[in-house]
Design a binder for this molecule. Structure first.
Ligand code: CRA
Length: 831
């Protein structure tokens, strides 16, 4: 039957442009064309995955003229280009987002229906490009969406990891990791550009030489050279013709390069070298915050940074721009310290390869770079052992020494006789094994330094970067994170989108402040009823997903209390668990104890080497198993761990939440962005005064936010005084009983060993003050239950949370970066 329909549509369509046409009949023809010509399949035998690929290719065709026109316009206009350098881009599936941004959802649905296919099933076939760990990588993806939507000339530069973030499976309650083979079915979105490729040097030594003008110079004689090849992915703006580029670099052996090591005529050794070159972009390091000082990681960072900077130089040359004007053509943002080797690399390119003198090169470098810091956790600040650094990047080490020499002279001039300060600020750490401090390099080499939420930016100035702030206060600013309302509202929550469209008109996705107008409807009972109906349907949708993936059955009438994010002690999933065990214990002890039934959902990956985080996952699953199987409690309590938290299932999870858990130890979560996604989807937040929670609470008002816990100042004071968790245990019988129950083996079939390390961690050191905040948290949760009992009032608060979320659009954040850091002008694109 498909084939028959195909022939008939082909006749109808003669003459229509199968590559650009936007109505459903042309799309249908385009899908069939790609099935036939690109996939070599007949409709009668095509699988949904084949249809996915064919539709994706048809949509990429429709992006193509916008994409090419956008590049061409930027080139013609010669306006400043923002280059977002990031080791991670956690994109999530493209197809749904591209259909949304192009306004093609309806046409695609009709086209597929006519072919006997269901668009939702086809969308589900897309593997997720998970080229990031969590917040930082997803932020980069939201920023690309906003840059294109606001029509800013911009390019994202990163790494084309062959394996992205691992797939998480839960076996016997434990996390296991599986490699993420996201490219195994091909990637219809990218275009390989093997002609855009650069050499990346490696190792070896440096030497002095005399150039043609008789001047003494230094050059790098590498041990190895690899090539970086460009793979481009279109980033289509919403409702505009701008289609920007994400350029990801993939490593290949540089076969043509005649380096001595391979000159032995040993064929097998040469092949081995090829394999080694290609490992550079093989896999994403799955660590979220703690930095890992691995040689391959440094290789990845240098690899993508040099390719990106060489690419900028090529673009500048093509445009006929003068090298002295580099900073007028490019604003380069360092997404954390991962690309901060760029400071030394741009110096090397300008001096060694383009012949500029030091001062000219330095002026350009500082004017070019901006640095965003994403964490205060000391263990997450990147440093490289000096010997390793010298071995991989000998020329860069020389350059860093020279940057440091001049920089420390400046410090001494500003702060005479302060050698302690000089030691603290040096680019080279001398304590223990000498290291290169990448955050210091980023600060010295950037004209702008920012944190990612108001509190975080203040703490940065007061703590880890205080010396830099004292020297250059004018370089510091705050840029509170944001999230894209296109993917995380319009796409993730079609029910709410329809209600918003009807209530506010269609412009809200690009003017999120308009959500405020919802407030005029909160006293309308019919509107509140519709609001609740949307939430209820989203909860049912999630319940179906959870049942399919875990077997656990959830009731959408219950309060859905959700914590999804990386598993980390500072995020305190274990505090959430202590509350659950408290409720369980109350129910077991006093069966008449009454509270509105709640479903607790968790999701998130633990770094594979993070012992405590993995045990927290095991404990969540153990508590879930015990509670869900116990008829004395499972009529009021359920717990589920949603495996393999990803952008894809996040789009089902955020819209289904009633309550969002943002309970990190104050001062530890730089911003958070999941908190914003929940808020925009109408969840209420229970949280500490940490990261962007502070600003969210300012927006919604204290009466619409469940606040608890010690402030960042109080945390610092308590830790300074010598915090003793045992004091909190001794003073709280309920807490004591909870800890004993976990330690007793009650949730682990009598095994009292498995959770002993967790219990000891909390009762003996408790580095993140879980016990100190426990009582306040449990009390605050009682307030949540009381509020939930009044559904009309809860709905009002839910509407207000969404209505006042406009500030947290990534459009607002990007407009601030563009204006205050990059000096960027938008360039409208006309196809
Ligand atoms: N882990 C912070 O912890 C923040 C994101 C994006 C993080 C989050 O609070 O929302 O960055 N930090 O700014 C980080 O990756 C290297 O530091 C994160 O995602």
């Amino acid at each position: 039957p498909h084939a028959k329909r195909a022939t008939s549509s082909a006749t109808i369509l003669s003459g229509a442009d199968v590559r650009t046409g936007l109505d459903s009949a042309v799309l249908q023809q385009a899908v069939l064309d790609h099935l036939y010509y690109s996939l070599g399949r007949l409709p009668a035998v095509a699988t949904p995955a084949n249809y996915y690929r064919a539709l994706a290719l048809a949509i990429r065709d429709r992006l193509q003229q916008r994409w090419i026109r956008t590049s061409e316009t930027y080139f013609e206009r010669g306006r400043k280009l923002a280059c977002y350098l990031s080791a991670e881009f956690l994109l999530g599936p493209h197809l749904g987002n591209n259909l949304l941004n192009l306004g093609l959802e309806q046409a695609a649905r009709e086209a597929l229906t006519a072919l006997g296919q269901d668009l939702d099933a086809i969308l589900d076939c897309e593997p997720e490009p998970g080229l990031g760990n969590g917040g930082l990588g997803r932020l980069a993806a939201c920023y690309l969406d906003s840059l294109a939507t606001l029509q800013y000339p911009a390019i994202g530069y990163g790494i084309r990891y062959e394996f992205g973030i691992f797939a998480q499976e839960i076996r016997d309650g434990w996390q296991t990791e599986r490699t993420d083979k996201w490219l195994s079915g091909g990637n219809p979105w990218e275009i390989a550009k093997p002609d855009i490729a650069y050499e990346v040097k490696w190792g070896g030594h440096t030497e002095r030489y005399i150039d043609d003008d008789g001047a003494e110079r230094r050059r790098w004689v590498p041990y190895r050279v690899v090539r970086g090849i460009a793979y481009d992915t279109p980033i289509q703006g919403y409702g505009v013709d701008t289609c920007n580029t994400l350029r990801l670099w993939s490593a290949e052996a540089a076969e043509s390069f005649d380096f001595q090591a391979f000159n032995t005529g040993d064929y097998f050794q040469a092949v081995d070298a090829k394999l080694r070159s290609e490992t550079i972009t093989k896999v994403l390091y799955p660590n979220d915050e703690p930095a890992i000082g691995k040689r391959l990681r440094l290789a990845q960072q240098y690899f993508f940074v040099t390719c990106s900077l060489q690419d900028m130089l090529r673009i500048l040359d093509l445009a006929g721009g003068a090298i002295e004007q580099f900073a007028e053509h490019f604003a380069v943002q360092l997404n954390d310290t991962h690309p901060s080797i760029g400071v030394a690399e741009l110096m090397r390119l300008l001096i060694d390869e383009r012949g500029l003198d030091w001062d000219a090169a330095w002026t350009i470098t500082v004017a070019t770079f901006g640095y965003t810091n994403h964490t205060l956790l000391p263990e997450a600040l990147e440093t490289w052992p000096l010997p390793l650094f010298r071995e991989v990047l000998p020329r860069h080490l020389e350059i860093i020494y020279e940057i440091n020499r001049r920089f420390l002279d400046e410090v001494r001039a500003c702060f005479p006789d302060d050698s302690a300060r000089v030691a603290r600020m040096s680019l080279i750490g001398e304590a223990g094994e000498k290291q290169v401090r990448m955050a210091h390099l980023a600060c010295v080499g950037s004209h702008a330094i920012n944190g990612v939420a108001a509190l975080h930016s203040e703490l940065l100035k007061a703590s880890v970067l205080s010396d830099f702030h004292a020297l250059w206060p004018e370089r510091f600013s705050n840029k509170t994170n944001g999230v894209t309302p296109r993917r995380f509202l319009a796409l993730a929550n079609p029910g709410l989108r329809a209600l918003l469209d009807e209530t506010l008109g269609a412009s809200w996705p690009v003017d999120l402040g308009r959500l405020r107008e919802l407030e005029s409807h909160i006293d309308d009972p019919a509107f509140r009823e519709r609001w609740r109906a949307v939430k209820h349907a989203n909860k049912q949708r999630l319940a179906d997903y959870v049942q399919a993936h875990t077997g656990i059955v959830l009731d959408p009438d219950w309060l859905f209390d959700i914590q999804v994010k990386r598993i980390h002690e500072y995020k305190r999933q274990h505090l959430n668990l202590l509350h659950i065990v408290t409720l369980y214990q109350r129910l077991k002890t006093y069966p008449a104890f009454s509270f509105p039934p709640r479903a607790f959902l968790f999701g998130g990956k633990a770094a594979p080497g993070y012992f405590t985080a993995k045990r927290i996952i095991k404990l969540i699953n153990a508590v879930a198993e015990t509670i869900n199987a116990d008829p004395e409690v499972n009529g009021r309590l359920k717990v589920a761990f949603v495996p393999n938290f990803s952008v894809k299932n996040a789009q089902l999870i955020y819209p289904a939440a009633d309550l969002s858990e943002q309970i990190s130890t104050a001062g530890k979560e730089a911003s958070g962005t999941g908190n914003m996604k929940f808020m925009l989807n109408g969840a209420l937040t229970i949280g500490t005064l940490d990261g962007a929670n502070v600003e969210m609470r300012d927006e919604v008002g204290a009466e619409n936010f469940f606040l608890f816990g010690r402030t960042a100042d109080e945390v610092a004071r308590l830790q300074g005084e010598g915090y003793r968790p045992a004091d909190y245990l001794a003073g709280d019988d309920e807490l004591k009983a909870v800890m004993e129950l976990i330690g007793s083996g009650h949730f682990s079939g009598g095994d009292s060993e498995v959770f002993r390390p967790l219990v000891e961690n909390l009762t003996q050191s408790d580095p993140f003050l879980v016990l100190a905040d426990y009582a306040a948290y449990v009390a605050c949760q009682e307030g949540v239950s009381a509020a939930w009992a009044d559904q009309e009032q809860w709905t009002r608060m839910s509407i207000i949370n969404c209505a006042r979320g406009g500030k947290f659009s990534s459009d607002r954040a990007i407009a601030e970066y563009a204006r205050e850091i990059w000096g960027l002008q938008s360039v409208p694109i006309q196809v």
